[in-house]
Design a protein around this ligand. Structure first.
Ligand code: GLP
Length: 260
């Protein structure tokens, strides 16, 4: 696992956007795994700006999002379909037919989950999976105790995740209880994983992911099993790492010789 520690959130966001931009420039038909959440909003802003100002093109890119709330139609203002439209898709040249999210309003969510796995496989798998992390160590909506061998399926959200996401809904009761999420095993099959975390509220989860035991109690810790996982952090989210100085010695200023 490469741990890149940037001086602040803005620098971490730029580094993540650099990474994604490099992937798309080196392989125009890259298959991207996309994430939602507040952490990713500034990343999509930077990518949209680079599309507009520097011609960064997503025209041949295929995308698969990690997750969607069960029960929300694509046009629901709080759906991840809507988030992706508003934050990214409508600002770049990505072909809508090549963008995919799990169908939260599917009549048969289990069948929709299996179909989603088949679509990812048919696209040749994911080249670069972008990830955020929940305060409880979730990736996608793989909550603590999710099987590390899991595939796309329906997950029950924990109360802490619903509380964290309540701000987007009218009330806690209105916050969805279930989601379709790609599984931990689905994520681990991606050729490269890039996780971005910013802010002190993620420090415990980040420490569990990078230095804790590999455990279903912290699903992000499964990334320790991935041969090409890169974690981009700001100083606040890195604050509880025991080997902080080591990571800063290996990658001074968050630089990574592979990509510079
Ligand atoms: C959300 C999403 C995750 C995201 C995480 C952190 O609920 N399902 O994909 O990474 O929780 O979100 P945020 O960036 O808002 O802290």
């Amino acid at each position: 696992m490469k741990v890149l520690i940037l001086p602040d959130a803005e620098a971490a966001v730029q580094r993540a956007a650099d990474f994604i931009g490099r992937c798309v420039r080196s392989r125009a038909d890259a298959v991207l795994g996309l994430a939602t959440g507040a952490t990713m909003l500034p990343v999509y802003d930077v990518l949209a700006r680079r599309h507009r100002d520097e011609g960064l093109s997503f025209a041949a890119t295929t995308s698969f999002n990690l997750d969607e709330y069960i029960g929300l139609a694509p046009d629901h203002p709080c759906s991840y379909h809507r988030y992706m439209q508003d934050a990214f898709f409508q600002h770049v040249d990505i072909n809508p037919a090549r963008t995919h999210l799990p169908k939260g309003d599917a009549a048969d969510p289990q069948a929709a989950s299996q179909n989603y796995e088949a679509l990812i496989a048919a696209a040749g798998g994911i080249d670069l999976q972008i990830l955020g992390i929940g305060e409880n160590g979730h990736i996608g909506f793989n909550e603590p105790t999710a099987s590390l061998g899991s595939r796309t399926r329906v997950k029950t959200l924990t109360e802490s995740t619903r509380r964290a996401n309540q701000r987007y809904f009218a009330s806690f009761d209105d916050t969805p209880r279930f989601a379709i999420t790609t599984g931990v095993a689905t994520i681990l099959e991606s050729r490269h994983c890039l996780l971005l975390a910013t802010g002190g509220s993620k420090a415990d989860a980040v420490a569990g992911m990078v230095e804790g035991p590999v455990t279903a109690m912290c699903p992000a810790s499964a990334l320790q099993l991935h041969a090409h996982a890169t974690v981009i952090l700001d100083r606040d989210s890195a604050a509880r790492l025991t080997l902080l100085e080591y990571y800063e010695t290996v990658h001074p200023g968050g630089r990574d010789s592979t990509f510079e």
